[in-house]
Design a protein. Structure first.
Length: 455
């Protein structure tokens, strides 16, 4: 396109080095966002087992909203990376601006729908009269901070699509740092600060997210000039929204599979008492930390595969996916050693309740050995989005959760109790990782063959 200033930056050079180089700063950023959850879990854990269990109950719904934001972000990143790969700078601005418009309307709808449904949602997840007041205290504040979750997600994904992973990482780290600083001040109320308890954890998260919003929007509008209304007629906006939904909706569904399944698993575990729920909640948050590097790899695979597939560099897509999968397996092996040596110490950081520590350490012992495979599945799911095959991306996660994890959990819990539920996660991760890797390699070969035949 005449006047285009952006160029594809990921279609030359060593794929393995590029993927790793992009993933490292993203790891720092994702760890920053994980610190949001870990800080809340750590400080709320000091309030007692019931507030900690309440925090665990909020995880599925919070993750649903995050998953919607991630889905929109993936859709934006996919469309922007392919526009960059084809050299259309004006299309980049139209996509980003239209995506932000779409996000605004979606946030208004979600807040309006969820607010009156909070209590029945959490009762259906197994919350009792002890935990429910704490849950509602947290969610009533968190829900109105939803715009601060969605908009930065879109902005950061637009930046990643250009090949820049350092700026989004820095934005995420700044927001997480704000949250970690403010958390104890609002929860415990030292000095002039009010004692807010679990409400303080929610407000600290909203403030941290608001910080990321202001920085992200400033960068994409002023530095990157990704926001502009030139050529944005209603028909153009609707066309972009359709493309965004085509990629973003399956990505949303894919991301929501995890909280939905976690909600189901939480319901299964709730029959074993608040300590078991709290232990599973702690383990889930530790898991997000362990999987941070895999998620960093997955996040950079979208623009990597997007740019290279748009440029018909299929061999580079394969090389990037292979390298990312290898990094995932190596990272998983490192954590196996760490968990074997110190799982009780890791669990004890978040709770001094022996029952909670026991459940958390049991989960880590059983499931951690499968994290490398889980990472491969995440990478492949992102790879399918980069190929503009969002339905296949969704199918990867659907297979793991609803054909493997949940059926196995329902069966194995009768044989082994809580340990059987955790064993189901291990088996689902291993089988899902192997299946998904073989599928995407076959899919790339198919796409390359079709392109060759069309010439």
């Amino acid at each position: 396109m005449p006047g285009s200033t952006r160029r594809a930056t990921l279609t030359s050079g060593d794929p393995g080095s590029q993927v790793f180089g992009m993933a490292v700063p993203m790891l720092a950023g994702i760890l920053g966002m994980v610190a949001f959850n870990l800080a809340d879990t750590y400080f709320v854990g000091r309030l007692g087992t019931i507030p900690l269990a309440a925090m665990s109950f909020t995880f599925p719904l919070v993750f649903v909203v995050n998953s919607i934001a991630l889905g929109l972000g993936v859709g934006t990143s996919t469309l922007v990376s392919r526009a960059i790969g084809s050299g259309d700078d004006g299309e980049v601005r139209r996509i980003v601006t239209s995506a932000l418009m779409f996000a605004f309307f979606l946030v208004v709808i979600l807040v309006s729908l969820l607010r009156p449904l909070l209590e029945p949602i959490f009762i259906s997840l197994g919350a009792d009269q002890q935990t429910l007041p704490y849950i509602l205290d947290y969610m009533n504040i968190w829900l109105f901070g939803m715009p601060f979750v969605v908009f930065p997600m879109l902005g950061n994904n637009a930046l990643r699509a250009t090949g820049d992973t350092r700026t989004p990482a820095l934005i995420m780290i700044i927001g997480a740092t704000m949250n970690v600083i403010i958390d104890p001040l609002l929860i415990f109320g030292p000095g002039p600060f009010p004692v807010m308890g679990i409400k303080g954890a929610a407000l600290a998260t909203v403030i941290g997210r608001a910080t990321t919003l202001s920085i992200s929007m400033t960068i994409i509008s002023r530095r990157e000039r990704m926001i502009g209304f030139h050529g944005l007629r209603p028909a153009v906006i609707l066309g972009i929204w359709k493309r965004l939904i085509f990629v973003g909706l399956p990505a949303m569904a894919t991301n929501m599979i995890m909280p939905v399944s976690v909600g189901i698993i939480t319901r299964l575990i709730s029959v074993y008492g608040p300590a078991a729920v709290a232990g599973f909640g702690v383990a889930s948050r530790i898991e997000t930390f362990v999987l941070a590097f895999m998620r960093a790899l997955a996040s950079v695979i979208v623009p990597f595969v997007g740019q290279n597939s748009a440029a018909r560099e299929y061999g580079r897509s394969v090389q990037g996916l292979r390298a990312a999968s290898l990094y995932s397996m190596l990272w998983g092996l490192l954590w196996v050693a760490a968990v074997i040596l110190g799982r009780y110490q890791i669990a004890g950081i978040f709770s001094d309740n022996p029952e909670v520590v026991e459940v958390t350490s049991l989960y880590l012992l059983i499931v951690t050995a499968s994290y490398g495979f889980h990472g491969v599945l995440l990478i492949v799911s992102s790879g399918f989005n980069g190929l503009n095959r969002p339905l296949r991306s969704a199918m990867v996660s659907l297979t793991r959760m609803f054909l493997l994890y949940i059926p196995l959990a329902l069966f194995l819990r009768y044989l082994f109790g809580v340990a059987g539920i955790f064993g189901a996660a291990f088996l689902a991760n291993v089988a899902g990782g192997i299946f998904s890797y073989l599928w995407i390699m076959h899919s790339i070969h198919e796409e390359e063959e079709r392109y060759i035949q069309s010439q």
